[in-house]
Design a binder for this molecule. Structure first.
Ligand code: SAM
Length: 314
């Protein structure tokens, strides 16, 4: 069962073959199972490119990448001569049929993004989804991911967490997105929240988060795996004040602690959760079911209160 426990670059190979270190200067190509391989690359520190990633990139027939100017030097550094082709948000939909054809013909395609794990706020979902729906082999070589690294360094509860990618850059849309998260919290969500953010928007983003979520603990993780890596842990208002006074540089992840799980089931809490769920457009029945699940109270009791609130509102 070694192959099942230790899936190498090629299903069917032994784990030993899969762990074979690639030679720095190219050399013979290791066989790789046909299919689509989602390969994670470093988020800053080039030492984080795994040996499995190298084997896979070397053995692939084609490497699909977000930007050839980023991936070509990475491959050259390791003496990998696999052809490259750009696959990004602007051409992915158009390229899918052709790439599916290649996969059906038995091609080995590796997919990378500029940094980190492909598909995570990066291109590749459409192709991966289409390949799965077509019954083609899709696997991944896991590795760096800025969201998970920031979560683990934030000092905030790691489970459950909700990864949100980038908030909308425009103020109104960002406020609406934060209000939707608050409504979900009102209906019972209690998760650590993870956001990507650009440095020039960090201060305004933190101000909006502080306005929406109040005095919650949070963390700003910057330049992860790089020379000037920094994780600043403080309340949202304090972080907002800090970055309003000190412009941030580099790549950034913002992590926000979960909504307080107050003694569940208090009358105020039930009302607040019900009102938020109803305001978010849930039916009386669904709102009651969600709040009952979140508080552990009997559904009938919560539904009766939802009816009262519904009457007050009408
Ligand atoms: N797919 C990538 C991953 O798995 O981490 C994320 C790609 S997304 C387009 C790029 C954003 O990720 C950056 O704007 C930043 O918010 C975050 N990011 C990427 N590298 C980072 C790093 N070294 N330190 C902090 N944040 C990083």
């Amino acid at each position: 069962m070694q192959g099942e426990e230790d899936a190498g670059p090629e299903p069917g190979e032994t784990g030993e073959d899969a762990r074979r270190a690639p030679s720095a200067g190219g050399g013979t190509k290791t066989a790789l199972a046909p299919g689509l391989w989602l390969v994670a690359t470093p988020i800053g520190n080039l030492g984080d490119l795994s040996s499995r990633a190298l084997v896979t990139l070397r053995a692939a027939d084609l490497v699909l990448c977000e930007d050839t100017r980023v991936t070509a030097p990475l491959l050259a550094r390791h003496g990998i001569g696999t052809p490259l082709r750009a696959l990004h948000d602007h051409n992915e939909a158009a390229e899918v049929p052709n790439l599916l054809g290649r996969l059906r013909d038995g091609a080995r395609l590796a997919l990378v993004s500029d940094a980190g794990t492909p598909l995570v706020s990066d291109p590749g979902y459409r192709l991966a989804r289409a390949a799965m729906e077509a019954g083609l082999h899709v696997s991944a070589v896991p590795g760096p991911n800025a969201a998970v690294m920031a979560l683990t360094l934030s000092g905030l509860p790691p489970l459950p967490f909700l990864f949100n990618g980038f908030l909308p850059p425009k103020e109104g849309a960002r406020r609406d997105a934060i209000a939707r998260l608050r409504a979900a919290e009102g209906a019972g969500l209690s998760a650590t929240l993870v956001f990507f953010e650009a440095p020039h928007r960090l201060a305004e983003c933190l101000a909006a988060l502080a306005e929406g979520f109040g005095d919650r603990p949070a963390a700003v993780a910057r330049e992860l795996t790089k020379r000037f890596e920094e994780v600043r842990r403080d309340s949202l208002p304090a972080l907002a004040a800090h970055y309003a006074a000190n412009a941030a540089r580099g790549e950034i992840v913002v992590v926000v602690g979960p909504a307080e799980a107050d003694a569940p089931g208090g009358a105020d809490e039930v009302d607040a959760r019900l009102r938020a769920a109803l305001a978010a457009g849930e039916s009386l029945r669904d709102a009651a079911a969600m709040v009952a699940a979140a508080t552990g109270l009997p559904r009938r009791q919560v539904y009766a209160r939802a009816l009262e609130i519904g009457r007050e509102g009408g």
